[in-house]
Design a protein around this ligand. Structure first.
Ligand SMILES: C[S@@+](CC[C@H](N)C(=O)[O-])C[C@H]1O[C@@H](n2cnc3c(N)ncnc32)[C@H](O)[C@@H]1O
Length: 245
């Protein structure tokens, strides 16, 4: 049984731990971003069997002075559920890594990959916006994004080609997931329609999936010019762009 003093001390300790956990939460998402930038999920996937740490290190484009830090990165990402450790055996004394269900979704170059979405969400353009949150509460800026960049999000994407591509890829990967659900759950709606407009339809992922499943539909993708610029029209997918409002 705890004394009153002990109870007070453990309450304080829990409160302090709570703050430490919140202060350092960013380490999880930014370590994950580092793993994606270094293509660690793809490297382990391509290895085809549990990958020893030394093999992983030799497959990465590391500066020689940094090799000893990869085990720390892997420890964080294993703790947060993105890799799983295969424990050492007599034949294989080193720790080995395999992907988990979550890191399989972060393999690059797959339609269902969430890698670009993750890269977008922890991009400095997004993160820096959060530093404006308290200022935005006290002034007339329409959004924290505007406070940070002096323009709307869509104008920013129009001016920054690389960011525009990252955003569009991230949206497309999300639409890839959503489209399969929409097609299954809204079958009756699409079968009973002749046309539909995907307003803010991005680079047309949803429209392409719907047009494939319901070829009688005339699909229109409506988005901003810099988003639909490279989208090709087809027999039943037309593009409509509009100016900025
Ligand atoms: C959340 S994203 C949706 C992305 C889309 N579902 C996809 O699969 O890529 C919102 C979209 O709205 C578009 N948008 C923003 N303002 C617009 C406007 N005034 N007119 C048309 N589209 C606009 C953006 O360019 C962006 O592609």
């Amino acid at each position: 049984m705890e004394t009153q003093g002990e109870e007070h001390a453990s309450k304080l300790f829990r409160a302090q731990t709570h703050i430490w956990n919140h202060m350092f939460k960013f380490i999880n998402s930014l370590s994950l971003r580092c793993a994606i930038d270094l293509s660690i999920p793809n490297i382990i996937h391509n290895y085809g069997q549990p990958m020893p740490l030394s093999k992983l290190i030799s497959s990465l484009p590391l500066h020689p002075s940094k090799t000893c830090f990869i085990s720390r990165l892997m420890r964080i990402l294993t703790h947060s559920g993105f890799f799983s450790e295969h424990h050492a055996t007599q034949n294989e004394p080193e720790v080995m890594y395999v992907l988990t269900d979550a890191s399989k979704l972060l393999l690059k170059d797959q339609p269902s990959s969430m890698a670009s979405l993750l890269q977008l969400i922890v991009d400095p353009v997004y993160i820096n916006t959060w530093y404006q949150l308290s200022t935005w509460f006290t002034n007339e800026d329409p959004t924290p994004f505007h406070a940070e960049n002096g323009m709307t999000f869509w104008d920013f994407a129009r001016c920054k080609r690389e960011f525009n591509n990252l955003f569009n890829d991230a949206m497309a990967s999300d639409s890839h997931w959503v489209s399969s659900v929409v097609i299954e759950k809204c079958e009756g709606v699409f079968n009973g329609s002749k046309s539909f407009v995907d307003v803010g339809g991005g680079t047309g992922t949803m429209a392409k999936a719907i047009a494939k499943s319901f070829p009688q539909l005339n699909c229109i993708v409506l988005d901003l010019p810099h988003v639909v610029a490279d989208l090709q029209e087809t027999e039943n997918i037309k593009i409509c762009w509009r100016g900025y409002v």
